[in-house]
Design a protein around this ligand. Structure first.
Ligand SMILES: [Zn+2]
Length: 252
């Protein structure tokens, strides 16, 4: 079957170069955040990794395409160094009381207890109880809860935009992709990454509208963007925001 997949790419080219900007890209299927330093004096694109993470130096007018090409050429080196850096820096989520999860753009504080298996969202807390509240049980319960919320939330948004955009989506499914927020198939099926539920509502709306717009235009042509813009006039800003903050939401 001819399956056209239209994906929401994370890379985003900023029209006006700024001297220092936080960026992210997908390398070997993994989201990678870096700080881009542009300067007049610089003649070549250079990569460095220190205690602050990945930094890229570039001439003022270097395009994002050129910068990302250099990044891809050195993908293996970058991934290896970043792994070493991450291992040192991020202790990883321990799924303990007091830690926070993001839900619709706001932090939810975990409150873990021993008891019958249950997950309860109350105000800004997520109470999780399990007979054996070990890390993996709590993580599985929290993820299952997020996925349940995600499916219900995304279905409501699709329903809302479907009418105003005059499109007929097929089934809505959750995806678990590490480098893609959503995709739309020629069959009408729409896949949305469950991790989106961590983002503020306005960003989820953008991804939903983006994928629904593919039911009208299976490409990223000016016509596609005008379909998106009718629902989300500031789509470029939202897309930039997703790109800037992607690393916060990929971590589960
Ligand atoms: Zn797209």
């Amino acid at each position: 079957m001819n399956q056209i997949r239209a994906q929401l790419e994370l890379p985003f080219a900023s029209p006006t170069p700024q001297p220092v900007v936080a960026c992210s890209a997908v390398l070997e299927g993994h989201p990678v955040s870096y700080v881009l330093h542009r300067s007049h004096g610089r003649r070549r694109i250079s990569l460095s990794i220190d205690e602050r993470g990945l930094r890229i130096g570039a001439p003022l007018r270097a395009s994002m395409r050129e910068i990302e090409a250099v990044l891809r050429d050195h993908a293996r080196w970058v991934m290896r160094k970043l792994e070493q850096w991450t291992a040192k820096r991020v202790p990883g989520r321990r799924w303990e009381s007091g830690e926070t999860l993001m839900y619709l753009g706001a932090p939810l504080q975990l409150a873990i207890a021993t008891g019958p298996e249950n997950v309860l969202h109350h105000e800004s807390a997520l109470h999780i109880s399990a007979q054996r509240p070990q890390t993996e049980n709590i993580a599985a319960l929290a993820r299952a809860w997020l996925r349940t919320q995600a499916l219900a939330d995304f279905a409501r948004r699709v329903e809302r935009f479907r009418v105003s955009m005059a499109v007929t989506p097929g089934d809505i499914r959750l995806s678990n992709a590490r480098s893609r927020w959503g995709s739309c198939h020629a069959s009408g099926r729409i896949l949305l990454n469950w991790r989106l539920i961590q983002m503020p509502a306005r960003l989820i709306d953008y991804v939903v509208v983006h994928e629904l717009a593919h039911l009208r235009e299976m490409n990223h042509s000016p016509r596609f963007w005008s379909v998106v813009a009718r629902e989300i006039p500031d789509h470029a800003a939202r897309r930039r925001e997703i790109r800037r903050d992607a690393h916060r939401y990929i971590v589960e």
